[in-house]
Design a protein around this ligand. Structure first.
Ligand SMILES: C[S@@+](CC[C@H](N)C(=O)[O-])C[C@H]1O[C@@H](n2cnc3c(N)ncnc32)[C@H](O)[C@@H]1O
Length: 255
């Protein structure tokens, strides 16, 4: 089965509601408040078509996107060229990578921090630490917090092409904390109907376990976690006081 990540042009329609301007405004606010260094270079991990890097590059920063899928990276390069901005790309696995030139701010959006074990998570933190300058921030959007199965679905349309997205997570085993995530795009492209599915087993890392693993890794300060929505994060609403956790942000700072 072809994955939705192999079809970036439809992926972009499915997530058309993302407001990159607002997100990058918020990055700049967060940097002002928490970063211990001036930010010149941004890294987007599991970047996909990265609306965010396209906005970041427009604002004059250096931008680099990391993804495993070469189609996503090719699409991002094509979009950057069309929009007249420079974006570097690197094809690598988020659990084990190294940048030639370190970034000052790293981010991962849309709950993309998928790992299959604590060891993979620690290796991810090591990779980010090696790719980030001292005092730089690591922003994580929508770290998975649920320990119950669930499903979300929405449809978006652009230029006559309709994309129905279904995102399902199936929680399977409380001992191993393993589950499955399934992302499906059902596309109607001027009458041509297609279905793309991405299915992957992953480990749900519980919040206190997440904090403990960050401590064990030793390379980051845990600055906090807060509520938000897709585009805005509320630094006055720490998750400890929240009733709903699905939209959240976590902030780490490289020691
Ligand atoms: C949910 S999408 C998020 C894309 C984009 N950041 C956004 O916010 O729309 C997840 C992305 O992660 C990439 N990906 C999946 N597993 C990966 C891995 N192990 N290492 C690097 N990228 C990965 C996929 O190719 C896809 O582009």
């Amino acid at each position: 089965m072809i994955s939705p990540y192999d079809k970036p042009e439809y992926y972009d329609i499915a997530f058309i509601f993302v407001n990159a301007k607002q997100q990058v405004d918020n990055f700049e606010k967060i940097i002002k408040k928490f970063s211990k260094r001036k930010v010149k270079r941004f890294l987007d991990i599991a970047c996909g078509p990265s609306l965010q890097l396209r906005e970041i590059a427009k604002r004059g920063y250096e931008a680099i996107g990391l993804d495993l899928n070469f189609r996503m990276l090719g699409y991002l390069k094509k979009k950057a060229k069309e929009e007249g901005v420079k974006i570097e790309t690197i094809r690598a696995d988020l659990t084990n990578f190294r940048l030639k030139k370190k970034a000052d701010f790293a981010f991962i959006m849309m709950g993309s921090l998928d790992v299959q074990s604590n060891e993979e998570f620690l290796s991810h933190l090591d990779s980010v630490a090696k790719s980030l300058n001292k005092g730089g921030l690591y922003f994580i959007q929508n770290h998975g917090i649920n320990s119950k199965s669930g499903k979300q679905s929405w449809t978006r349309e652009k230029g006559g092409i309709k994309v129905k997205t279904t995102f399902e997570w199936i929680y399977k085993n409380p001992i191993t904390q393993m589950g499955t995530e399934i992302l499906t795009h059902e596309v109607n492209d001027y009458g041509k109907e297609m279905k793309f599915v991405h299915k992957r087993d992953l480990k749900f890392i519980y919040p206190q376990e997440f904090k403990t693993l960050v401590k064990l890794n030793g390379k980051f300060e845990f600055l906090g976690w807060w509520k938000g929505n897709c585009n805005i994060w509320h630094l006055d609403k720490p998750l400890e006081k929240a009733k709903k956790f699905s939209d959240n942000m976590v902030l780490l700072r490289k020691k």
